[in-house]
Design a protein around this ligand. Structure first.
Ligand SMILES: Cc1ncc(COP(=O)(O)O)c(C=O)c1O
Length: 335
């Protein structure tokens, strides 16, 4: 199989540097990979994925791209930006707090459905449809109906799964692993926020058989998610021409989800403040803040240690949709 084609969108390689003050505080040799600085439409891990996804959409003659996510989705914002650059229409079906089942529905404050990424989506001309909260299958049905609406209007539609996760996106992160190996001496751990899975899948494949341990901190309370990642990873294995990995080859920690997917947590808010006040770097309330809360706690428990790379996956705009914003108010307000 020929290797996938990409179009340039992100400024790569992204910077990688040491966090001196946070290293002292956590008694780690802590480094950060700055995918918040991909230099594309507010930054974030989706810039890498979109280089491959947009090449595929253009090769297939797409006129419109349809996807889905949370209303404050970082992916939808970057997808809207990529569509603007290539003159394609972008539409997205969204919910403020999608959930797995009624039992898994977060009892917490959602991010605002205005401002933050939504403001940027409006500027980019995204057709953003906001539906009442429901489960993931309902969200996917809304997205399919939206795609059919565009097809009925005569446009050729390219459908992108939630978070942009597909074998092509996983390939983007397989490559990103090689980017890190070219930038620095090997790390003992790589830690990052994991959700739809292509960041996790690409990095797991990239470091498989190497001494670096790849640890996702989940933003979703769905323990069987690794089975889904392994299944989706078969597409990456096919691109690479290698045997697929199994769910047992992936490492995920589910202890820092907090009140639920897309719902800010108190520990996450504390972690956001801690990194801002030691290193002047901003995390986001849904993914990277919770992931950094996990990193801090696991370091305190001595469950990770030594030379650690935190992969900053971006998400800054959603900080501006967070209410309440202060840690104290958050702990009082979300229950
Ligand atoms: C800021 C941020 N971090 C992490 C993730 C998770 O990445 P992935 O969907 O590849 O698991 C996302 C995805 O939505 C994100 O927006």
């Amino acid at each position: 199989m020929p290797l996938p084609r990409k179009v340039p969108l992100a400024q790569l390689p992204t910077p990688l540097h040491r966090l001196d003050r946070m290293s002292d505080r956590l008694e780690l040799d802590l480094w950060i990979k700055r995918d918040d600085l991909t230099g594309f439409a507010g930054g974030g891990n989706k810039g890498r994925k979109l280089e491959y996804l947009m090449a595929d959409a253009l090769d297939k003659g797409a006129q419109a791209v349809v996807s889905c996510g949370t209303t404050q989705s970082n992916f939808v914002r970057q997808l809207g930006a990529a569509c603007a650059v290539f003159g394609l229409k972008c539409a997205a079906a969204t919910m403020a707090l999608p959930y797995d089942t009624q039992a898994g529905r977060p009892h917490a404050a959602a991010l605002l459905s205005s401002g933050g990424n939504v403001l940027l989506d409006e500027m980019l001309g995204v057709d953003l449809r906001i539906y009442a909260d429901g489960d993931w299958d309902e969200l996917y049905s809304h997205a399919e109906r939206l795609a059919q609406e565009y097809e009925t209007n005569g446009l050729k539609v390219y459908r992108i799964p939630i978070g942009g996760s597909s074998p092509l996106s996983a390939y983007a992160f397989y490559e990103a692993g090689a980017e890190v190996r070219a930038q620095a001496e090997p790390f003992e751990w790589i830690v990052f926020g994991s959700s739809s899975g292509s960041t996790h899948t690409g990095l797991t494949y990239s470091f498989h058989g190497k001494p670096t341990r790849v640890l996702g901190i989940s933003s979703d309370p769905e323990p069987d998610i690794l089975e889904e990642f392994a299944e989706a990873g078969k597409g990456l294995a096919a691109i690479l021409g290698i045997a697929p990995l199994t769910a047992a080859d992936f490492s995920m920690n589910f202890d820092y989800v907090g009140p639920g997917y897309a719902a800010p947590s108190e520990e996450g808010a504390r972690a956001i403040e801690a990194l801002a006040r030691t290193e002047a770097i901003f995390l986001d309330p849904v993914y990277s803040g919770k992931a950094f809360a996990g990193l801090m706690d696991l370091a305190a428990r001595r469950e990770i240690g030594g030379r650690v790379l935190f992969w900053h996956t971006g998400g800054l705009p959603s900080l501006f949709a967070m209410t309440p914003t202060r840690v104290g108010e958050l702990s009082a307000g979300i229950r």
